[in-house]
Design a protein around this ligand. Structure first.
Ligand code: FAD
Ligand code: NDP
Length: 587
């Protein structure tokens, strides 16, 4: 016992170990990789003294197993306890004897999809957690409550407005299903905006009470780093406090970009404002041609508005371009105008009002400059992460210089060990709500629970909520051809006519599905694409099959559900290479 106590006193990091024990080796490896000096003795190599020492350790600590670890005289425990300190980032400080209790185990900056998920998970694992969330108003002055982009200015209002537009199309179709006087139906923007806003307010309230229930401290304040463990929080009344935390997760998301042209910020809006407009936007120009632009153009046109999309280069960069082309063609056939290869030059106000009149000068690809008048101009020209001016670089957190996002390893850890990044602000991450949520939950479980695995960012399904929805998972056709060569790819495809489109005879040969298979992997399905109603619902299910490495033969073996759109994937027999037409001539 005296020898044991002397060893613990003399060595800041003392490991009682056995040479053949894998858990002992794991603990020693951690100390080595963390460059922490330690002293260990191998009890199995000290015969017969080793057994006596183990008995003494059992009396002292009530732990009968090895490794048995002590830091600065304090008993830590075995392998799991040491790994826990390593994971939660305090091991090095405890080994050096510099660890001081901080206000929180974890502070999350950003109360959006990722931040809230991480905070709630960490709290449910028994940790002391805080969330700081603050919404800087848009240049127009629009602001909102807790929940981040998705809830307030993203997925939720967007999907509700998309639904509103789809209802308009259904009302028109309903005449063919026996409903009468449908031509009198008209869209009321104010009513829709009020209902959507009320729903968002209820969600904001729900998030706040959820944090309270889970005992997560909520600060409605803007956070900046003072050092790697200390944050300055400033609330809307300029009150300042400082808090400290062992670990900090940065989940601050992004905000929309404005092009650098005269009048953009003065007269333009972004998706941050669109969902909160009190009045109908009227004749609208949308600049940009990706998710946000096409989704918003889709629902505005669905309300019967005059909508133009200004496309700088291509539609939906990064997506399968055959599908992007089809989406554009469908939207065009439903009245959306496209100004292709065009960029805006300046916006001037012709007359003020809600909405007023704006003149937009723009340059076409042939160099010609033209001008058109619109009531509303909305920029959907990408988003930038909220990483500038919060002190990240000053404390050594590495950013990707090209896009300002936080560079992290596979475990979301930044270049500063106790600082992590998840969601839209994490470099090399699909900017999607479920991705942020999953990453947040898993990070908290890795830090404070029993989970070891990193988040799997592959095979993430997504859907663009255009009037005909586009769902996909896996590779685009052109990416696969570039990666594996055309001879290794087989594409099966078909157009289809949803039964509900037959009576109104609408959108014939507009819906389409394709499966892209890798021949050398036994026709493993590596790309799934569908353009049609409820594509999001359909894609979610098939994404599981893709994650489980389904082959084309598995799709063929599956029995369809009739009459649905999804069933086409169980009977997809025509390959693109065959050149056989997949257009539908009858039902
Ligand atoms: P956010 O949700 O953006 O949350 C970050 C929070 O941090 C914000 O509240 C912000 O105000 C706050 N913050 C920033 N800086 C600070 C600071 N210094 N101190 C305190 N607080 C700070 N995804 C989908 O999956 N499906 C969709 O249908 C979909 N539709 C979308 C539609 C639109 C119009 C947009 C813009 C996005 C859409 N997205 C969609 C993307 C989705 O909204 C984001 O991927 C998701 O919200 C990212 O979550 P996050 O936690 O990373 O950040
Ligand atoms: P993106 O970055 O995807 O697209 C930006 C678009 O703006 C591109 O078409 C780009 O054209 C164009 N653009 C950029 N700068 C200019 C400029 N100066 N002048 C003219 N055009 C310009 O951004 P989004 O805002 O559409 O979406 C952001 C993210 O939000 C997406 O990546 C997505 O993950 C997420 N999101 C998800 C949704 C969903 O899941 N349904 C819905 C909405 C958003 P070019 O191609 O030429 O560069």
């Amino acid at each position: 016992m005296e020898k044991v106590q002397a060893l613990i006193r003399k060595n800041a990091v003392m490991v009682f170990s056995k040479s053949y024990c894998k858990f002992c080796n794991k603990v020693k490896d951690i100390f080595r990789t963390e460059k922490i000096d330690f002293h260990s003795i191998e009890l199995d190599l000290m015969c017969p003294e080793g057994a006596v020492i183990q008995d003494a350790l059992a009396k002292l600590t009530k732990q009968t197993t090895v490794p048995n670890v002590f830091l600065h005289g304090e008993h830590v425990g075995g392998c799991d306890a040491t790994v826990k300190l390593f994971r939660d980032g305090t091991l090095a400080e405890r080994a050096l004897g510099t660890y001081r209790k901080r206000d929180f185990d974890l502070v999350v900056i950003g109360g959006g999809s990722g931040g809230l998920a991480a905070a709630k998970e960490a709290a449910s694992l028994g940790r002391k957690v805080a969330v700081c969330d603050f919404v800087t108003p848009s240049p127009r002055g629009t602001k909102w409550g807790l929940g981040g982009t998705c809830v307030n200015v993203g997925c939720i209002p967007k999907k509700l407005m998309h639904k509103s537009a789809l209802l308009g199309a259904d009302i028109k179709d309903s005449n063919h299903f026996g409903w009468e006087k449908v031509e009198r139906a008209k869209h009321n923007w104010e009513k829709m905006a009020y209902e959507v806003k009320s729903h968002i307010l209820s969600l904001n309230f729900g998030y706040r009470s959820d944090l309270m229930l889970k005992k997560v401290q909520y600060y409605n304040a803007y956070a900046t780093f003072l050092d790697k463990h200390k944050l300055k929080l400033v609330d809307k009344n300029e009150n300042v406090i400082e808090i400290t935390s062992d670990n900090i997760i940065v989940a601050v998301g992004g905000r929309p970009n404005y092009p650098d042209i005269p009048g953009a910020r003065e007269y333009g809006i972004t998706s941050d404002d669109l969902f909160y407009l009190q009045n109908c936007p009227g004749k609208t120009l949308i600049v940009g041609a990706s998710y946000v632009a096409l989704e918003c153009a889709g629902f505005l046109a669905g309300f019967g508005l005059d909508v133009t999309v200004m496309v700088r280069s291509i539609l939906l960069r990064g997506f399968d371009q055959q599908m992007a082309y089809m989406i554009g063609a469908h939207m065009e056939s439903h009245g959306v105008k496209f100004l292709k290869n065009t960029i805006p030059l300046r916006i001037t106000e012709k007359s003020p009002g809600s909405p007023g009149e704006l003149a937009v000068a723009y340059k076409m690809c042939d160099g010609k400059v033209k001008e058109q008048q619109f009531n509303t101009v909305m920029f959907a020209t990408g988003r930038s992460p909220c990483t500038s001016n919060i002190g990240l670089e000053e404390i050594g957190v590495e950013l990707n210089k090209r896009n300002g996002k936080i560079a992290v390893d596979d475990y979301e850890r930044s270049s500063v060990k106790n600082i992590f990044a998840i969601g839209d602000v994490r470099d090399r991450t699909p900017e999607l709500t479920p991705v942020a949520i999953q990453a947040g939950r898993l990070l908290a479980k890795r830090l404070y629970g029993q989970h070891d695995e990193p988040m799997d960012y592959k095979m993430v399904p997504t859907t663009v909520f255009t009037p005909l929805e586009y769902g996909c998972v896996g590779y685009s056709e052109e990416d696969l051809i570039a990666l594996f060569g055309p001879e290794d790819i087989e594409v099966y495809h078909t157009h289809f006519q949803p039964l509900e489109f037959t009576l109104p005879e609408r959108d014939k040969n507009k819906c389409y599905g394709k499966l892209i298979c890798l021949k050398s992997a036994g026709e493993k399905v590596v790309g799934f694409h569908i353009l049609g109603p409820n594509a999001g619902e359909i894609t979610q299910g098939f994404a599981l099959a893709m994650k489980l490495n389904a082959k084309k033969s598995d799709f063929d073996d599956l029995v369809g559900i009739h009459p649905t759109c999804a069933e086409i994937f169980t009977t997809m027999l025509i390959s693109k290479a065959s050149g056989i037409s997949v257009e539908k001539s009858s039902c």
